[in-house]
Design a protein around this ligand. Structure first.
Ligand SMILES: [Mg+2]
Length: 400
């Protein structure tokens, strides 16, 4: 079997309501679907945040390769130029190759990755401060009480037992008050996470720690930027510290462990270079005594399936997985969306990732993308800046 063609499709899927984060506002998610065609007529699916132009430019040299030769393909892409190491491209190609391996052998990808050590992955509720949706369907989420009600609603709808708040948006005291309100409303058994996205100073992160210790967090995710600052904060709190910002590659893991900057590293099927690299991190992190969780690089149905298939094969991934997915207004795959039930998600069955594109839905989201009405690239959506509700505003990090 040989790769004969690599097709890319850029599309944009709106979310329920504008999601606020430290760097702006998400009103929709733009992704590139990667379809790898073979000389045998099989088609493998991948998905990435890289643009179609990036994917096409960096992946062209793998045409003619056998999709089973993942190491060969990774080396061809990442070592082409010093700037071609962008994992967002190589990871999507690896995803499509794994889908092809599954379709060729008739096996789900989790069987190719070593088999499922558990039947499903645990999923976390991903809470954002929200502006109200234009259609009036979704209210604003701003106050601590509104955030607690929002979290409770997500737990009721999807059975989540872990809740994460995307912080770095409001003054730190208000975000800590939101965590207190969530603990009050959700009770002691729900695991809570707070992620200020490195928008806090070291002084703020240390000052907030005692109240957060009182709340009880599963982990304190990237309150500050950089390994040295994370190590300083970690030395002043009993909370476990996690990151998807100061450790995003294997090279960064060793130094972080040496200065004791983190307790938990969040892996990601895109930023770490694909499912096989995520599995390698499971082993490496466990060897170094560092815990593992999984970051959401923003995913549609293919990506969600990738996270489930990969996650069930990882012994170290006991923590709940983050996913923006439950904020989507729709998806690109046939059949029902891959939403969790009772807080867990099993990998879709069938060869490969077990998902198929719905051509009508793909066409709809391609049209939305072309219309420019929604752009995940928020600056394009609003020429005045990354937040249409705050003309002229731009993020300054640290902000609080
Ligand atoms: Mg994070």
């Amino acid at each position: 079997m040989k790769i004969s063609r690599i097709e890319t499709i850029e599309l944009t899927v709106p979310v329920e309501a504008p999601l606020r984060f430290a760097y702006g506002v998400h009103i929709a998610f733009t992704r590139t679907i990667v379809k790898i065609h073979t000389d045998e007529g099989l088609v493998g699916l991948g998905e990435t945040a890289a643009s179609a132009a990036q994917v096409e430019a960096l992946s062209a040299p793998v045409i003619g390769q056998n999709p089973f030769d993942l190491e060969v393909i990774r080396n061809i892409i990442s070592n082409r130029f010093y700037w071609s190491r962008d994992p967002l491209v190589g990871s999507a190609i690896e995803m499509a190759c794994l889908d092809l391996m599954g379709k060729k052998t008739g096996l789900p990808v989790y069987r190719l990755l070593g088999g499922a050590v558990r039947p499903h992955i645990n999923m976390a509720a991903y809470c954002f401060y929200r502006y109200p949706s234009d259609d009036g369907q979704w209210p604003a989420v701003t106050t601590p009480e509104e955030m607690a009600v929002h979290a409770e609603d997500l737990c009721r709808r999807f059975g989540f037992r872990t809740v994460k708040l995307k912080g770095g948006v409001l003054p730190a005291e208000e975000e800590v008050a939101a965590m207190e309100a969530m603990r009050e409303r959700l009770g002691p058994s729900i695991r809570l996470r707070l992620d200020p996205q490195s928008a806090w100073t070291v002084e703020t992160a240390i000052a907030m720690a005692p109240r957060l210790e009182e709340v009880g967090l599963e982990y304190y995710e990237d309150p500050v930027a950089g390994q040295a600052n994370m190590a300083t904060v970690r030395g002043r709190t009993k909370l476990a510290m996690s990151t998807n910002m100061c450790v995003t590659s294997f090279e960064e893991l060793g130094p972080a462990a040496q200065i004791r900057a983190i307790d938990v590293v969040l892996t990601d099927p895109w930023y770490w270079g694909g499912p096989t690299q995520v599995k390698a991190l499971d082993t490496v992190a466990r060897t170094m005594g560092i815990g593992l969780s999984m970051h959401s690089g923003i995913e549609l149905g293919i990506g969600m399936a990738v996270m489930a298939h990969t996650g069930v094969t990882m012994p170290g991934l006991t923590a709940a997985v983050d996913a923006h997915y439950h904020h989507l207004r729709g998806d690109i795959i046939k059949g029902p969306m891959l939403l969790p039930e009772n807080g867990v998600l099993a990998p879709p069955q069938g060869p490969g990732w077990g998902v198929e594109l719905d051509d009508d839905k793909v066409a709809e989201y391609v049209e939305i993308h072309k219309s420019g009405v929604y752009r995940n690239v928020y600056v394009e959506a609003n020429k005045t800046g990354p937040d249409a509700h705050r003309p002229g505003w731009f993020p300054i990090i640290p902000g609080w």
